[in-house]
Design a protein around this ligand. Structure first.
Ligand code: ZN
Length: 161
């Protein structure tokens, strides 16, 4: 195997995630209107079945990448199929949690099972999720990052008569 990059779109770049049914024009970038390009990539999915949540890794060509800005649009049908096949979900509840950057795995570790202690999964989270995570973790955010604190408003005391 050569060390040449085989992907046009670098999986290590955090991107904005959109769904094919959320955007008005299916193969156009919702941010810059460039024509999107399909490429096969590997993803970490979460599937929910009842109260159980499972994760699994699988690849497909249902990601449409913008050549101009960090945006990826997911073909909802292809991912729903993958969630049903790979995750065994009947509920259809799934989310694409991360892109797996397989190219970040060193060659000498490629024979190891992915997710092994010696071979952690190189996950790249989406910009959408980073925002959510940051605001959830705001109490742990240290210097250099602005705190978005949700002020808990004091409840107005009811006047007792
Ligand atoms: Zn774009």
């Amino acid at each position: 195997m050569s060390r040449k990059k085989t992907k046009k779109f670098d999986a290590s770049i955090p991107r904005w995630r959109y769904w094919s049914h959320e955007i008005s024009s299916p193969k156009k970038c919702p941010k810059c209107s460039s024509t999107l390009e399909e490429e096969f990539h590997t993803y970490m999915l979460f599937v929910k079945e009842g109260s159980e949540v499972a994760s699994f890794i699988a690849g497909n060509d249902g990601g449409w990448f913008c050549p101009n800005c960090p945006v990826v649009v997911f073909d909802h049908d292809k991912f729903a199929n993958m969630a049903m096949m790979g995750g065994g979900t009947q509920s259809g509840l799934f989310m694409v949690a991360d892109i797996v950057n397989l190219e970040a795995i060193p060659e000498d570790k490629r024979h190891l099972p992915i997710g092994d202690d010696d071979n952690p999964i190189p996950l790249v989270e989406f910009l959408n999720d980073k925002e959510v995570i940051n605001s959830k973790r705001s109490s742990h955010v240290r210097k250099g990052q602005q705190r978005k604190r949700l002020k808990s408003r004091k409840k107005k005391k009811k006047k007792k008569r």
